[in-house]
Design a binder for this molecule. Structure first.
Ligand code: MG
Ligand code: MG
Length: 257
């Protein structure tokens, strides 16, 4: 499989992942009431450059997008799930901010996302954040050669369902390495023991996106004017993402400090 990485390449991606994790940690510290998402965008650009890395999203045109993404950071607020365009919007008490960031370092890409509650958030919003984070942790925990992509998707969706939330089915994770988006597509739903089998050397960006909608068939999204995607029913959404390498010894989370 062409997209498998050598141990040396995984080490480089791990270095890149540690830079990204530190940048995201700093962004989270600044995600407070009154901060604009443009400020966070500018900060992310400066931090990435000062680490001799390059922003991965700036100028990137995802399949189907009308134009290249003009910013470093995706900052998606409340019902906006992904591709939120940084702006002069000031973060408000109770907002759910999704910070999604990617960078390129020595020819390799890494990608990670986190959801932050701004000020005091509702109990439901807190639960949504918790469930989304846990679904990612659960999916990662047991990753080992021999499991399948279907197992990852099943773990995520099953956990979301148990908590009466729904997966945003049309947004997915992906392979990652010399490109930001590589094969395979990593769905957030699936059947155990189906789909591509995991083998050492695969590196996947696993990224559950979950909404408060209680729809059994998953929550629908729509594209907004700025190119971002929001839930159709305006329900709150959360997103977590890590870049994870499959190794003989189990999963190695490259974007976790
Ligand atoms: Mg991402
Ligand atoms: Mg991604």
């Amino acid at each position: 499989m062409a997209f498998l990485k050598s141990l040396g390449e995984i080490e480089l991606m791990a270095e890149a992942g540690q830079i990204l994790a530190r940048v995201i940690r700093e962004l989270v510290e600044h995600a407070k009431i009154g901060t604009t998402t443009n400020f966070l965008d500018k900060l992310s650009f400066e931090l990435i450059e000062s680490n001799k890395a390059k922003p991965a999203f700036l100028g990137y045109r995802p399949a189907g997008a009308k134009r290249p993404f003009p910013k470093t950071l995706c900052a998606s607020v409340n019902e906006v799930v992904v591709h939120g365009l940084p702006s002069d919007y000031c973060l408000q008490n109770g907002d759910l901010l999704k910070i999604d960031l990617g960078l390129e370092y020595q020819g390799f890409f890494v990608d990670s996302a986190i959801t932050v509650g701004v000020g005091r958030i509702s109990r439901k919003a807190r639960k949504l954040i918790e469930v989304t984070r846990n679904s990612l942790d659960l999916a990662i925990k047991n990753l080992s050669p021999g499991l399948t992509l279907g197992d990852i998707g099943y773990t995520i969706e099953n956990y979301a369902r148990k908590n009466k939330f729904s997966i945003i089915r049309s947004l997915t994770g992906h392979g990652i390495g010399r490109q930001l988006h590589e094969e395979p597509t990593v769905l957030n739903f699936g059947k155990p023991n189906t789909g591509l089998e995991l083998v050492p050397g695969m590196v996947l960006a696993i990224e559950p996106m979950i909404s408060l909608s209680n729809l059994d068939n998953g929550c629908n999204i729509q594209e907004l004017k700025d190119g971002s995607y929001a839930t159709k029913d305006k329900s709150l959404s959360a997103h977590f993402e890590h870049t994870v390498a499959i190794t003989e010894a189990g999963p190695r989370v490259l974007t976790r400090l």
